[in-house]
Design a protein around this ligand. Sequence first.
Ligand SMILES: [Zn+2]
Length: 342
Amino acid sequence: MRDIARAAYRSGVLPVLAAAGVFRLMRWSERSAALILLYHGVGASESGEELVNPNHIDVTSFRWQMEFLRENYTVVPLSDIVHRVKRNLPIDRLAAVTFDDGYLGVYEYAAPVLKDLGMPATTFVISGCVEQGVIPWYDLVEAHFINSRLSQLRVGGTTYDLANRREAVRSFKRRIKRVGLDERDELIAELAAAAGPLAASQLQPYALMGWHQMRELQSQLMDFGPHTHSHPHLSKVPHGSARAALEIDEASMLVSERLFIPVRDMIFCYPDGDYDSAARDRVENLGLAGAVAVKNALARTGDDPFALARVGVAGGDSRAAFQDATVGLTRRLKAAFTPRPR
Ligand SMILES: [Zn+2]
C-alpha cells in the first residue's frame, strides 16, 4: 500500500508541482545554497528500463539531468565549492557533480556527455579495488545473490530465499551492516563459497575504471579523490588503528601517486556518507582540501568543509522527481510529518 501511495505521489503530485513552478520557486528561495549531486554508475540502458545494478542511472536520464543542471545552476568543480565554504564566500546557485566508487560506466557513458556539455565533475575511487582489479564487496554480494543458480542460500545460519532476489540482497546487506568488519568479511566469504563462482560477464556490470582510464579523464575536466582503500563504514574502523591508516592515509597517498595529484588538492569521500569525528579529523590532519558526506541536503556557507552535504540521484527518476530531489521538497515534508523521538 505504501508503495502504491509513493508511486501515485511521484507520478501524480510531483509533475503538478513542477508544472506549477513550485520547484523553480524553491530553487530561488534556496539560491544561497549549493547543490552537490551524488551519482554511482551510469549505464547504457534506455530510460525506464531496469539496469543490472539498481544504484546506477541510464545515460539518457543522465544527459537531461546535466542539461537541466547547466540551465539552472552555475556548474563548477567540487573544489571551488569546498574552497568557497572554507573562506566563507557565497556559493549562490553553484552546483557540482560527483560519482562514487569509480565505475567503468562513468568512463564509458558519463564522461562523453560531460565532455560534450563542457561540464566538470569529480570521481571518488576505492584505491584497493583499483590496485587489485576487483569489484567492491557490496557489489560482490549483489552479484552472488542475483546470479546464483540455487533457489536458496544458507549463510551464517540464515536461509535466504532467492524467489525474491532483490529482497534477499537487501536483507543480507542489512545484516552485514550491523556486524564488525571481520565478521562482515567472513559472511561474504561464506556467501561466495555457497553461491558458487561468478562468470566474467556477471561481474562486468560492476567493473571499475583502471588508473589509465582515470588519467585519460583527467585531461577533460574530471577530478579524482580518495574513497578509502576497501570501502568500509569508517565509524566501524578503530581510531588510530593500522586499518584507519590504510583506509584514509594510504588510500589518499595511492590516489595522489597514481594520478599525480597533490594531497592538498584532493577531496575525500566517506563511504555511504558514514564517518565519525576521528575519521573526519584524520582526513583534515592529513592535509586534504575537504571531504564530502551524503546527508541528502544542500551545502551551505558555514558548513563543515570536511563533511559537505550531497544529494543522491536514484535511477529511474522522472524530471519532476529529479527537480524534487534537487530542492528537497519531499525530504522536508517527510521530516515535518515524521514524529520526533522524545
Ligand atoms: Zn561508495
